[in-house]
Design a binder for this molecule. Structure first.
Ligand code: NAD
Ligand code: MG
Length: 382
């Protein structure tokens, strides 16, 4: 299948798996971007020969330029470079796989060029869902979810003609590495403990979010925006095996589920090939005879307070998502640096939500300000 793809965040977990899918399906790379991983970017640029390679970090980009001097790959740096890559005319598809709110502006730049957006960067929708979707409508950019739960919902909704027939979206949640533990047991959990995810191998930030269950809260907001559903119609079910990726319950009580191995290359591929299904991708098939029993349970919102806080932010609306997300990014950063404890993450997010007042119907400036103020509240509270 012929596609020309730009990846924002090509050196990360989603970025590298996207390149595996592209290689298997014979798709080309238009631009590759990352923060500062020079060696990995050099290797990717030599292998995929994009028109453009961008490193946000200036010094890393200068090093990359020297390393790639014998090729005709153009090297750019900084925010400007990211925006140019996102809007590059040669690309028909942009994979938004940067981590965090930093992905918002480049994603908007790609949307404004009417690209197909394969969206992994959920923070973008959590902070600026209505704005991103409105621009996508205005510029004719199709947004296809890469997040496995949202790709599952997308597939379970494909035959649905009337959104009024949908009773509930049900997001599955593995429970993360600390499933079954109570608050006092989480007290001393370290960076290393939190980075051990039972089913998925992902970047550090999302792995910590999966341990606090903030990831599932962000995903509830992502689903709200993508599928235009109120938070009351979205549920979370603990499903330890990560085989069912999410479900849709209809008004006649029929439930549709999407199943597959826990392998991100499957939803990445569907976002790239939709509306077609294509054989020959690198994703692993599911063996039902040997995948074992599937279990379901209720999330523990008292222990995993981040999920409760995210549901509250979803109910408040406006900039509450940007406040929650900005505070969480700052708090997870501090936790990864060993400066705060695991339970402090939820405390810091709650504090920012108390201190920063949400604004309804925000413009981009309000969202950026909410993000800044929330981060400041977290950093000032140390
Ligand atoms: P990662 O940390 O492995 O990779 C992030 C990529 O973004 C890297 O290439 C990095 O260089 C780049 N990047 C980070 N900050 C940047 C900045 N300021 N400027 C420019 N580039 C920057 O993260 P990941 O696990 O691949 O996750 C990426 C996104 O996908 C996140 O939003 C995450 O929530 C979402 N997601 C990931 C998974 C997964 O399995 N990893 C699943 C679902 C959704
Ligand atoms: Mg997910």
């Amino acid at each position: 299948m012929s596609r020309n793809i730009t990846i924002l965040g090509s050196t990360g977990s989603i970025g590298r798996q996207t390149l595996e899918v592209m290689e298997a399906l014979g798709m080309g790379a238009a631009a590759l971007t990352a923060h500062s991983s020079v060696e990995r970017m050099e290797e990717q640029a030599r292998r995929f020969r994009p028109e453009l390679a961008v490193l946000a970090d200036e010094r890393a980009a200068a090093d990359l330029r020297v390393r790639l001097a014998d090729t005709n790959v153009r090297v750019l740096s900084g925010q400007e470079g990211l925006l140019e890559a996102a809007a590059l005319p040669e690309a028909d598809t942009v994979v938004a796989a940067m981590v965090g709110m930093a992905g918002l502006r480049p994603t908007l730049a790609a949307i404004r060029e009417g690209k197909r957006i394969a969206l992994a960067n959920k923070e973008t929708l959590v902070c600026a869902g209505p704005l991103v979707l409105e621009e996508a409508r205005d510029y004719g950019a199709r947004i296809l979810p890469v997040d496995s739960e949202h790709c599952a919902l997308f597939q379970c909704l494909e035959g649905n003609r009337d959104r009024g027939e949908v009773k509930r979206l049900i997001l599955t949640c593995s429970g993360g590495p600390f499933y079954g533990k109570k608050r006092q047991e989480l007290q001393g959990m370290t960076r290393e403990d939190a980075l051990q995810h039972p089913n998925w191998s992902m970047g550090a930030k999302i792995t910590v979010d999966s341990a606090t269950l903030m990831n599932k809260g962000l995903e509830v907001m992502e689903a709200m925006h993508l599928y235009q559903m109120p938070v009351e119609k979205i549920s979370v079910v603990i499903h330890r095996e990560s085989i069912i990726h999410s479900l849709v319950e209809y008004c006649d009580n029929a439930m549709l589920a999407q199943l597959g191995t826990p392998d991100m290359r499957l939803p990445i591929q569907y976002a790239l090939t939709w509306p077609r299904r294509v054989a020959g991708g690198p994703g692993t098939p599911l063996d039902l005879w040997h995948c074992g029993p599937l279990t379901f349970g209720e999330p523990d919102l008292d222990t995993f307070r981040c999920l409760a806080l995210a549901l509250e932010a979803a109910r408040i609306g406006g900039t509450a998502g940007a406040i929650l997300n900005g505070a969480n990014e700052a708090a997870v950063g501090l936790f990864l640096e060993g400066k705060i404890g695991f339970l402090d993450i939820a405390d810091k997010v709650a504090l920012a939500m108390e201190q920063v007042a949400p604004v309804q119907d925000p413009a981009l400036g309000d969202i950026l300000e909410a993000d800044r103020a929330a981060r400041e509240a977290v950093l000032a509270s140390r």
